[in-house]
Design a protein around this ligand. Structure first.
Ligand code: ADP
Ligand code: ZN
Length: 296
């Protein structure tokens, strides 16, 4: 089945055509400007493709409650041109196909569960450490929503003694995103994260904060697999550091071989690499097509 996928990010919009097996036929990307500038570009890509459905993995916060009058909206984003924006409605109207919708990280989690490193794993979590930090959660065969949806990138972290950096999040002085996302690394150390590879102290601190969060996610959600993605995790040395610190922080309390003996198979990079999100968006489109068809 021919499906459209949109990974709507704060910096770019990735558009693809593919199928429910995760095969991507073609893809393009556009910088995220205002809806007025960006929407026509996206629509032009999809409009003559005769897709059966579209899936959108979207930056948030978004409204995922189907009972809400603003279901399918981007809600209170700091990217003001997109605040209170009916993104699902716009695409339904313009393309006249079912539109599946979830957060970008839930989309990526779905992609990894179907075709990537988390196949057969339930629960499974996908954490992205990029411009922000987000966590997608797959549990009991579905993506976790709730009151709003998980915003686990903003969990509060114990600051390391001597870390005087004030944090980048306008809401929390010591949340994970504010202390450890790419822009926080850049502001704390004065250089983009990609140029700090040789600075051991950078990754020592970064992995400590990330390991605190991962330990808390493991204690709370009991995931069968933990996937760490996003630009900052291109620093591959981070994996060994995070795994070791997670073991230290859990301190043998959780007695399980996956943590004690095989943690390198438990905390892993996305098998789909940077395609996790767009593959997940294809699946969101396919799931919505199936849902709508079953209702008929
Ligand atoms: P986004 O979160 O905007 O979707 P990314 O996941 O690519 O995009 O994250 C971008 C962030 O990742 C930037 O803050 C950038 O500094 C950081 N980043 C990108 N490449 C690297 C790298 N090789 N090493 C460390 N950080 C990187
Ligand atoms: Zn925060």
């Amino acid at each position: 089945m021919k499906i459209g996928a949109l990974e709507a990010g704060g910096t770019k919009m990735v558009c693809a055509i593919g199928d429910e097996n995760g095969k991507i036929e073609k893809r393009v990307s556009f910088p995220t400007q205002t809806p007025k500038e960006t929407l026509p570009q996206i629509l032009e890509f999809f409009v003559n493709e005769e897709i059966a459905a579209l899936g959108i993995g979207c930056f948030g916060p978004v409204e995922l409650d189907r009972r809400s009058p603003v279901y399918g909206y981007i809600t209170s984003t700091p990217k003001l041109a997109w605040a209170n924006y009916d993104i699902v409605g716009k695409f339904e109207e313009a393309l006249n196909v079912p539109v599946g919708f979830d957060t970008d990280v839930n989309g990526a989690a779905l992609g990894e569960v179907f075709f990537g490193a988390a196949r057969g794993c339930d629960p499974a979590i996908y954490i992205t450490i990029g411009t922000g930090v987000g966590v997608g959660i797959y549990v009991n065969g579905t993506l976790l929503h709730g009151l709003i949806h998980p915003e686990a990138g903003h969990i509060l972290i114990t600051r390391r003694h001597g870390d005087t950096y004030r944090g980048k999040c306008p809401y929390h002085e010591n949340c994970l995103e504010g202390l450890a996302a790419g822009p926080a690394i850049m502001e704390r150390w004065g250089k983009p994260a990609a140029e700090l590879t040789d600075r051991k102290e950078v990754w020592e601190l970064e992995s400590d904060y990330l390991a605190q969060a991962v330990a808390n996610y493991i204690l709370t959600l009991s995931p069968q697999k933990v996937i760490l993605g996003g630009g900052v995790m291109h620093q591959e040395q981070m994996f060994a550091l995070v795994r070791k610190k997670v073991q230290e922080k859990l301190n043998s309390y959780l007695q399980n071989d996956r943590i004690a003996e095989h943690i390198e198979e438990y905390i892993v990079p996305p098998a789909l690499g940077d395609n996790a999100g767009i593959t997940g968006a294809l699946l969101l489109g396919w799931q919505e097509f199936e849902r709508v068809t079953t209702l008929k």
